[in-house]
Unconditional design. Sequence first.
Length: 140
Amino acid sequence: MPIALSVDDARKVRLGTAETIFGLSWFLLDGGWLMAWRPLSYPCIVIAVASAGARFIWLERERIARYVAASECAWLAMNAFWVVGDLESIRWCITTAKVCLLLGMLVLARAFLISRGEIQTILFRPIRRLRVLLHIEPKA
């Protein structure tokens, strides 16, 4: 008999799945880039971008969480343009990667500014790609 999940639990499972696909595809994208394996890198760019976008469907509605996720999208875009620019020797892709870096930094700065006293939360909140650290429980 299947276990029924609450709406919030189902949202968390879907978000976790999207984040796992996001992190794994990004990891493989970087590995493909390191090894100059275009047939691995380019499909992983598409999968990473799709899963990054899908996360916004199930992400918490708080503004700071959305800003952090948006900064990760800028980071991913920077990485993707950098990969293509490096592997194909396309200068404008490298320039676009630099613009994405600046955009991601601005979005994080905005998150910091709107945190209104929640500075500790934003500073100590792990980047979502490293979310697994939230599930490690200290040993008693």
